[in-house]
Design a protein around this ligand. Sequence first.
Ligand code: GLV
Ligand code: MN
Ligand code: MN
Length: 430
Amino acid sequence: MTTTTTREETRAVLASKGASTLMQRCQLIAQCTEKPGEILRTFLSPVMDEVHRMMRPWMEAAGMAVAVDRAGNLRGVYGADGDGAAPRLLIGSHLDTVPNAGAYDGVLGVLMGLALAEASAERKFPFAIEVVGFSDEEGTRFGAPFLGSRAVVGELTGSLLECVDGKGVSVATAVTNYAIQRPETIEAALSDRCAAYLEFHIEQGPVLESRNLALGIVEGLSGQSRCSVEFHGLAGHAGTNPMKLRKDALAGAAEWMTRVEAMANRFENAVATVGQITAEPGGVNVIPGEVRCSLDVRHAEDAVRAALVRAAFDEAGAVGTKRGLRVETAQYHEHPAVRLDAGLVALAERAAGQAGYATMRMTSGAGHDAMVIAPHVPAAMVFLRNPGGISHHPDESVSERDVAAAIHTGLCFLDKFAAYLAEKETRTRG
Ligand code: GLV
Ligand code: MN
Ligand code: MN
């Protein structure tokens, strides 16, 4: 009896091999950290150089020309079939992390680009593939996110350059010094041949798992606001000041936080988070006089998000009036909600179907580099099931089988992308 191996069976075998390698690489990259005992990688840190040194030989072995740009983004180009002026498909995500991170958020999407080039096994397409590892998506170092992708689209400008890190170094100084110390770096810009962006990412939530699906197709991403809220009271002796005569900034901040939580609960699908808090002067026997809180607000509708931010600021004012505290509020980062490209989203969906995977359409509550790239070139995103929905946490995980599903989908996407480009070209020519 003879057996014929179908094209999809061959791709499934390649995908499964690639998934095993990708999982091992995620663990290797997880060892590159600024803080022993936990995963932490921040914008332009020496540890990011270490990741680049680790990834470069893998990318070169896959036939890529590798470079780092002046904003610290790792970039590798897998050339097109013949034509040097061929369009480019950008595939990637980010290499930085939140504090005490897991091993897959961001890194997986960068390694997916590499896995797809490797699984193509020297086969060339009528387009080049550029794999990008963005240097900052989380905003861990400067509070403001997407510094890597914003640099690439020419949006690392204005007040963003004035944000400072914990040591008082500004974005402008950090980027200038980085480039001076690395004369070999290339311009941080999107290639003018870039025709589309594709990002794979763990879902960072429980929905796909609850639907028993390996993959989801992202149609859009929620907008986000990042704000600071400060309460100024009066520091004083913890033993001598009666409760009723205090101006305790931390007690005020605590009351405000529970009000914000209650308020976000009243809006459907809204989320509001106070993730950072500093209380000064920080003595066990001193009434806190100064408190600074972060506030992160997200919603798929920009008007609802803006209303939520206003309401959170009003609540802070009300708490301040009630408790005799001075309150200062500011929104220092805002990104509107983004719709991804309908044609490319449909292409990703059909690619998953061809690979044999049912999918669902989703809106991402998390921010992703795709949000920044999508207004400039057509973009699509594929989510991978994330067990327990655990992410931004050391227990974050993804299964090797689901990674294989994503690689198989990616291979089908590459096949279809050539036709997508041709069709687009015909439509443009009209
Ligand atoms: C990044 O993961 C974010 O959504 O803040
Ligand atoms: Mn993240
Ligand atoms: Mn991420």
